[in-house]
Design a protein around this ligand. Structure first.
Ligand code: NAG
Ligand code: NAG
Ligand code: NAG
Ligand code: NAG
Length: 208
């Protein structure tokens, strides 16, 4: 075999092995019952390990808007369910199932607050004290609304996930400083923020 044909064979093998990772993921996100997470249902997000706080909720950090995404603790006892809205629909339009590694919006859709903005999750400012980007709520009305698109990524444990900000499905050519969500403790509150230790979470379906 000549060097040239060996090289093209190597390229071919590389193409075949590389292609699956370029394809969009078809892995379903599963809830705590082992059922597929659906865009029509509401889910409480909880840490997989309970001593990291309770269900996800809205935190009034500063007596003003916007509200922050955080976790229940003794001072903020009420968690709210979220709805997931995929950026791109799957080939089958009847398919409402949520998949891993795909961009989606996350919304506390049941809550009404005094803040005029929506309850969609959004990447907020880089907090000067912690050097981490906090997650706030509100519509990102800049081009692409990149700040509103999160994704659910798998961990090594089944039905346990991380939440990431890396909207490369919305903008494949953008160079984002991607980050994974974790907790940030501040004055007895538990905020959700990127750029720290990732928080493993589970999705618990809200029963009607
Ligand atoms: C709280 O709000 C005040 C006034 O709006 C602002 O000056 C201050 O920086 C805010 N603090 C935090 C931690 O966001
Ligand atoms: C946030 O700020 C910290 C320190 O101020 C810096 O190290 C970090 O790179 C910043 N993060 C982003 C995403 O810009
Ligand atoms: C975008 O949002 C800001 C504040 O949330 C608002 O002041 C501005 O008018 C909005 N722009 C558009 C085009 O909606
Ligand atoms: C994931 O599984 C490993 C062992 O398989 C276990 O040690 C770890 O605690 C699990 N993580 C979570 C978040 O449950």
């Amino acid at each position: 075999m000549s060097i040239k044909s060996f090289a093209s064979l190597t390229l071919l093998v590389w193409l075949f092995t590389a292609t699956p990772s370029l394809a969009q993921s078809n892995q379903y996100v599963l809830d705590t019952n082992g059922e597929r997470v659906d865009s029509d249902d509401e889910y409480y997000i909880r840490p997989a390990i309970t001593d990291n706080g309770g269900r996800f909720t809205l935190i009034n950090r500063n007596g003003s808007c916007p509200l922050y995404v955080g976790l229940e603790n003794t001072d903020t006892p009420q968690g709210y369910p979220v709805k997931f809205t995929p950026f791109a629909h799957n080939n089958n339009d009847d398919d409402d199932d949520i998949r891993v590694n795909r961009d989606l919006r996350v919304t506390f859709d049941e809550v009404s607050t005094t803040c005029i903005n929506s309850n969609e999750w959004r990447v907020g400012e880089n907090d000067t004290r912690s050097g981490r980007r906090l997650i706030i709520t509100g519509r990102d009305n800049t081009t692409g609304s990149y700040g509103n698109y999160f994704r659910i990524v798998e961990t090594q444990n089944a039905s346990i996930y991380n939440i990431e900000w890396c909207p490369t499905e919305v903008c494949p050519t953008c160079r984002f400083i991607c980050g994974t969500g974790g907790i940030l403790r501040e004055n007895g509150r538990i905020l959700f923020a990127l750029d720290g230790t990732p928080l493993p979470v589970v999705f618990q379906k809200k029963e009607d």
